[in-house]
Design a binder for this molecule. Structure first.
Ligand code: SF4
Ligand code: SF4
Length: 390
């Protein structure tokens, strides 16, 4: 979106104070986050969930309604917050609700946009949902379509620890709270000071952090120091294992040892069912140099990518754009500079964080298919290329 009323784009949200009651759509982990954050400031009447197994039960001591049952109790003074993260599911729920008298962004909101705006206007707290920081450019794999462009970086390096700490300080000076902060690489376990940066984040900012996720390919044996740190902060740390051994069978043994190590050390981890396909951002095929500004803004707005990036003291709305800049794939730096951040800039940062900017899009939109569901192009997951570094 292009800024039209800088610093006041969300003033209309002040009207949400008329709502005295809330339903949360989605009785899951994000529903819990919404519940925890808002339970002291608004009456939460219940959860709504389309999963029949959850309907009729309670979650966090609150009733879980089916959509049909919710229809019979709804009233004019309630708002509904959608807390599922899958974009297709969100669009389906918006349709379901709008067919039954709700209006998106009037009395029906998506947590990703709603929560930061609500917390700012209600409590003057600046929060963001998700942000990523890369600790190293190095990886032991060479995925052809790596979203960090890892195999193509000409001068890969570990990011200096002091620089990472400075990024973290800038970030938490600007934001009061983040739901999920991700450490990525390349492969973050190749970073020799990973334990130190985790310690630094948790020692200084644990109370501003919902979850600290380490996203790894699960093939590198964690050092004793790292395991100790993960155990020390078990309440916030989650290790997310991107398991590529289904496509790269030679990794099976190391991934299996890694998982055993997580279990043995009682470290919170997640190993999702591997996707056979990755989204094709169209790095080689998309060129929109002659596309109008209006159309580029349209692509950006519809893309609605929700993971941000922290790099070089700057906060990037689109993680891919920030990583592409690092790889020299785009020239223009679209990041919001946090290095000289002043409290009075918080409304601007809130708006930037939700997609507003002077241009209304980022340069990578000229070379990118976007994020699902606008992008329906897929490529084989974890396909490897020969070493390409110079
Ligand atoms: S494992 Fe593959 S996708 Fe992940 S950082 Fe390494 S090269 Fe990139
Ligand atoms: S279209 Fe691509 S570059 Fe543009 S915001 Fe979406 S993911 Fe980022």
């Amino acid at each position: 979106m292009k800024w039209k009323n800088k610093g006041h784009e969300f003033d209309f949200v002040k009207e949400i104070s008329r709502f005295k009651k809330m339903f949360i759509f989605g009785a899951g982990i994000n529903g819990k986050k919404m519940y925890d954050i808002s339970k002291n400031s608004i009456e939460i009447l219940g959860f709504i969930d389309n999963d029949p197994l959850k309907q009729g039960s309670t979650y966090l001591g609150v009733k879980v309604y089916s959509f049909e049952e919710f229809q019979s109790v709804k009233s004019d003074d309630i708002m509904v917050i959608i807390t599922v993260f899958d974009r297709n599911e969100v669009l389906n729920i918006i349709k379901q609700m709008e067919n039954n008298g709700f209006k998106y962004e009037q009395n029906l909101f998506d947590i990703k946009n709603f929560l930061p705006v609500y917390m700012w206007y209600k409590e003057q707290k600046l929060i963001t949902v998700r942000c990523t920081m890369s600790v190293t450019d190095y990886c032991n794999l060479n995925c052809k379509y790596c979203s960090s462009f890892t195999p193509y970086l000409k001068n890969p390096k570990h990011t200096n620890l002091a620089e990472l700490k400075n990024n973290i300080d800038c970030f938490f000076k600007a934001f009061d709270y983040i739901i999920g902060f991700n450490l990525i690489g390349g492969e973050p376990l190749l970073y020799p000071e990973l334990d130190k940066i985790i310690n630094y984040i948790c020692d200084n900012y644990e109370n501003q952090l919902g979850e600290l996720k380490i996203i790894t390919n699960g093939t590198i044996k964690p050092s004793d120091n790292l395991l100790g740190t993960m155990k020390k902060y078990e309440s916030v740390i989650k290790v997310y294992i991107s398991n590529y051994s289904h496509f790269l069978p030679h990794l099976k043994d190391s991934v299996s040892k890694f998982v055993d190590c997580m279990i043995k050390n009682k470290i919170n981890y997640l190993i999702p069912v591997p996707d056979k396909w990755w989204v094709d951002y169209g790095r080689e095929s998309v060129r929109r140099d002659n596309t109008s500004e209006e159309k580029l803004i349209d692509i950006f707005d519809n893309c609605n990518i929700w993971c941000r990036l922290l790099k070089n003291g700057k906060y990037y709305y689109c993680e891919h754009d920030g990583l592409a800049l690092n790889a020299g794939f785009v020239d223009n730096d679209s990041g919001f500079d946090l290095k000289c951040f002043d409290k009075k800039d918080k409304p601007l940062l809130l708006e930037y964080s939700l997609g507003y900017s002077d241009k209304g899009y980022v340069d990578l939109c000229k070379k990118c298919n976007g994020f699902p569901p606008i992008n329906k192009n897929y490529i084989p997951a974890a396909e490897q290329v020969e070493e390409t570094r110079g």
